[in-house]
Design a protein around this ligand. Structure first.
Ligand SMILES: Nc1ncnc2c1ncn2[C@@H]1O[C@H](COP(=O)(O)OP(=O)(O)OP(=O)(O)O)[C@@H](O)[C@H]1O
Ligand SMILES: [Mg+2]
Length: 173
C-alpha cells in the first residue's frame, strides 16, 4: 500500500539521514519508493523559489502534490524537508490522505554543535538570513504521527520507531 512519509524538523535534525535509511529499508522489502530530499528539490525542482514564507509554502505544496502523484502509481514518497509552517503541512495531510508526519526533533543547542554544513554558525553571524530556528520561524507539529528525538536516539533507534509505526498501521508487513 502506497503512502507519503513526511519528515519535518530543523536543519541538521536528521531528516536526510533518516530518510535515506528508510528508503533503503523499503527497497530491501521490494517496496517501490522515491526519496524527495529538500536539498535535491531546491537544486532541481525549486530553483525559482526563495526562503520567504510564501515560497517555502509553495515548495511544500508542490512536493505534496508530487507525492500524491507518486502514491497514485504505487510509489511510496519519502519526503525530507524542513516544512516550517503548520498550515501547509495540514493541507498536504488532507490532500494526500495516506500521510504520515514524522517530527524529527532535536534541541537547537545540540544542532548548533552538530552543524554539519556550518549553517548555524553563519546564521548566527547573520551571513545567512531567514534561517529556520535562528532567524526564521519553525512551527513544531502539534499532532505528528511519529516523533523521533535524535539527541537521545541513534539513527537506527529512530528508524525502528518509524518502521514499528508503519507496521502498526499496516503500511508495511
Ligand atoms: N541520532 C541521530 N539521528 C540523526 N542524525 C544524527 C544523529 N546523531 C548525529 N546525527 C548527525 O546529525 C546530522 C544530521 O544531518 P542531516 O543532513 O540528516 O539533517 P537534515 O535534517 O537533513 O538537515 P537539513 O534540513 O539541513 O537538510 C548528520 O551529520 C548525522 O550524522
Ligand atoms: Mg537534509
Amino acid at each position: 500500500m502506497s503512502f507519503t512519509l513526511w519528515f519535518t524538523g530543523l536543519s541538521g535534525a536528521g531528516k536526510t539521514s533518516l530518510s535515506s535509511r528508510l528508503y533503503e529499508e523499503l527497497l530491501k522489502r521490494s517496496i517501490p519508493a522515491e526519496l524527495l530530499d529538500g536539498d535535491v528539490i531546491r537544486n532541481n525542482f525549486a530553483q525559482d523559489l526563495t526562503f520567504s514564507k510564501e515560497h517555502r509554502n509553495i515548495n511544500v505544496k508542490r512536493i505534496g502534490f508530487l507525492s500524491k502523484l507518486l502514491n497514485k502509481h504505487g510509489v511510496v514518497a519519502i519526503v525530507a524537508m524542513i516544512s516550517p509552517y503548520a498550515e501547509v503541512r495540514e493541507q498536504n495531510r488532507q490532500t494526500i490522505g495516506k500521510y504520515i508526519e514524522v517530527f524529527v526533533d532535536c534541541p537547537l543547542e545540540v544542532l548548533e554543535t552538530r552543524d554539519p554544513k556550518g549553517l548555524y554558525a553563519k546564521a548566527k553571524k547573520g551571513t545567512i538570513k531567514h534561517f529556520t530556528g535562528v532567524s526564521d520561524p519553525y512551527e513544531s507539529p502539534q499532532h505528528p504521527d511519529v516523533v523521533v528525538n535524535t539527541d537521545v536516539q541513534t539513527i537506527e533507534e529512530s528508524l525502528s520507531v518509524i518502521l514499528e509505526h508503519l507496521k502498526e498501521k499496516s503500511f508495511i508487513e
